[in-house]
Design a protein. Structure first.
Length: 173
């Protein structure tokens, strides 16, 4: 006898009440499997759509902001190297005073700083990037021994930056 015939014979041997209970149990198991394998993953995906959409919208907005910045930078007129050097010298003098020295090294500019705090460094870097269109090629910083005054406990930094300025008329890298 094959298995189907054996199962059919056992089914016929069961009482009507047992058949209903067994049928109901099989139906419940089938429904649970259908739910777990078919409906639950789809509903989970559907519930995550709003959060994923918001995350992607945020990324899109950031990318559009970056694109607008890139277009704004591309639209700016080219700055001559001499003007960029003057703007870097002005930014350095304004932010650091006598705590920094600038040395023009032909293609690059070396800016040495002594005992400056991180906030001032950050402001200077932002100003150098926007006003002089300078980019940092190298940075070497160490925490200085003097960690502020009696009223301030802010760390100070010593080091140097090698900055690249825009090219002058007819110059190539």
């Amino acid at each position: 006898m094959n298995r189907t015939a054996v199962l059919r014979q056992r089914w016929q041997a069961l009482a009507v009440r047992e058949r209903r209970l067994l049928g109901t149990g099989i139906a419940l198991i089938a429904c649970a499997l259908f739910w777990e394998l078919m409906l639950a993953p789809a509903l989970r995906t559907l519930s995550e759509v709003a959060a994923e959409h918001a995350r992607l919208d945020s990324q899109m907005q950031q990318m559009q902001t970056l694109q607008a910045r890139a277009h704004a930078l591309q639209a700016q007129p080219r700055m001559q190297r001499d003007n960029a050097l003057r703007a870097l010298q002005t930014a350095t003098k304004q932010n650091f005073g006598d705590k920094a020295q600038i040395q023009n090294m032909g293609e690059a500019v070396n800016v040495a700083v002594h005992g400056v705090d991180a906030v001032t460094l950050t402001q200077w870097l932002a100003q150098a990037r926007t006003d002089a269109r300078a980019t940092v090629r190298e940075a070497h910083l160490t925490r200085s021994n003097a960690t502020g005054t009696a009223t301030s406990n802010v760390a100070h930094w010593d080091g140097s930056f090698v900055m690249t300025l825009p090219l002058g008329q007819g110059e190539t890298r």
